[in-house]
Design a protein around this ligand. Sequence first.
Ligand SMILES: Cc1cc2nc3c(=O)[nH]c(=O)nc-3n(C[C@H](O)[C@H](O)[C@H](O)COP(=O)(O)OP(=O)(O)OC[C@H]3O[C@@H](n4cnc5c(N)ncnc54)[C@H](O)[C@@H]3O)c2cc1C
Length: 644
Amino acid sequence: MKLDAKIPEGPLAEKWSKHKFNLKLVNPSNKRKYTVIVVGTGLAGSSAAASLAELGYNVKAFCYQDSPRRAHSIAAQGGINAAKNYRNDGDSVQRLFYDTIKGGDYRSREGNVYRLAEVSVNIIDQCVAQGVPFAREYGGLLDNRSFGGAQVSRTFYARGQTGQQLLLGAYSALNRQIHEGKVEMFSRHEMLDVVTVDGKAQGIIARNLVTGEIETHAAHAVLLCTGGYGNVYYLSTNAMGCNVTAAWRAHKRGAFFSNPCFTQIHPTCIPVSGDHQSKLTLMSESLRNDGRVWVPKTKELAAQLREGKIKATDLKEDERDYFLERKYPSFGNLVPRDVASRNAKEMVDEGKGVGTSGVAVYLDFADAISRLGEDAVRAKYGNLFDMYYQITDENPYKQPMRIYPAVHYTMGGLWVDYNLQTTVPGLYALGEANFSDHGANRLGASALMQGLADGYFVIPYTLGDYLATIGPKAIDVNHPAFTETKKAVEERLQKLLSLKGSKTVDEYHRELGKIMWEYCGMSRSEEGLKKAKKLIQDLKADFWKNAIVLGTNEEFNMSLEKAGRVADFIELGELMIDDALDRNESCGGHFRVESQTEEGEALRDDEKFAYVAAWQYTGENKPEALHKEDLKFENVKLSQRSYK
Ligand SMILES: Cc1cc2nc3c(=O)[nH]c(=O)nc-3n(C[C@H](O)[C@H](O)[C@H](O)COP(=O)(O)OP(=O)(O)OC[C@H]3O[C@@H](n4cnc5c(N)ncnc54)[C@H](O)[C@@H]3O)c2cc1C
């Protein structure tokens, strides 16, 4: 199968407008004859469901939480990018486009990224109109702060709760449509399969998580807005429920999975504190606006700190190494996440790590507090400081925070074309669930932007084109494909329930996470990846023999839910390893030790690897087939990324 990304011809800045004009439209009075399923009600799903319903389509929306408002998007802290140039500091659509392409280490599509930058400005207007309380300056204008990989301030924020406020905005729009009867909301429902008829997506199979009933739902198109899969690493900053099941089951029905190994490891998280931990906590990147990252200059001082013989505040200026400022004078503490994370690891590997475990570096606000005053710092970051204090029992106003990189976001996801359609006609992927815009490293504050761009401003246009093509004829829920897919789902659930071994599903998840972190985490090598592949295959075989799944299907059964998700994570883990093995170059967050510059930076190989990897499922325990979408760069020059 030849991948066609459907990027419109013509100059970059005109592609989207021309494309919008060329797309087919659905007559307003015909829209009510169509039904669209939206799985997921985070920022991508809520915005899509609300916008499509507002246009007149009938929408069925699904989420596994008890309310759409609890989607993981609610956790987003730092902000959302937009090229508004309110600061008059040189920002523009072109600059946001350029920063994003460069930040992603030249592994994303020019056409998509330009469109993202272009619609970013509309997102802010849309959200303000919904009443999202973005931070404002004294004069009333919206305030901005800086995020990594940019030298302008373009990040709009609502204290450290930007995702929450944006989701409340999108949720209000969604609720309005629920009230109007245009959206039917199915909370506590987990999509377990996609139904395809003649190769087109025409519905889903979902489990009612309260009663266990397996339901079939038909529609003219299915949108997966189901978020990222960072929890394949077990420990991550993602919400505990985040999983890959929807995307993975769609993958098994023909949707290609792209760049699965591209994982973002965020530099500023609260370090792991022990073996019993099941969750990591992010300290927003916004903190790097004012916090300075450092370690002691010598291993001896680091050892004394670890042993508690001295305190961080005892160290004089010339005993500290502000390593990001030293190595990257232009961007300093605001280098992109992949660069900041790798440098923190390097310091720890050199024996300069701090905290009792020695696996942490400092993020210090002493300068900012003496320059701006404690109240000003509290006004900007108060809730993050409180969170840090509650978790660590250390006061970050008085001593530096301890931070260390942790898995945070997945750039990989379902392959989509410019219209956000997967390789299965009628099946779309939006938000973090697709691979589309961030290449090998996402810039901070760009995920919220992308999710809302997809939902509010892209899918309302592109979906109409597909719907107009297939026509409004009702979809038959009695088609044998629905019965067969439902049966397959039921059989899998029974197979899981029949597991009566001795190891809990959580134990398998933790083991998988350890393998992934060690061999497919911040650095990857051929030898390690090959070893990991074998370990994961063994883990999978063991899971289906020795796992224990409690209870029955006909009840609220979290043991069953988790088992299905972990089984999918194990399979995904193997594909991530294959992808990381195949990409024998370093780019962005994907760091192959075999491919680095003399200074230890990621070294791309554009000759061989300037493509999007798109993996096709070929059957149980069979190697997946790799398809390559070549990336064309006509507007930016490929160069070694430098933030010095
Ligand atoms: C701690 C943290 C802070 C962050 N801060 C920022 C930030 O400041 N700025 C920024 O740009 N990005 C940030 N991000 C990233 C950003 O929050 C996410 O990428 C984004 O919110 C994802 O939105 P989404 O709509 O794609 O998915 P989600 O918000 O994850 O929503 C997924 C939805 O899919 C549903 N779902 C999933 N599977 C199924 C299934 N099988 N059946 C039914 N429903 C299903 C869920 O119920 C949920 O409704 C942060 C991430 C983390 C972890």
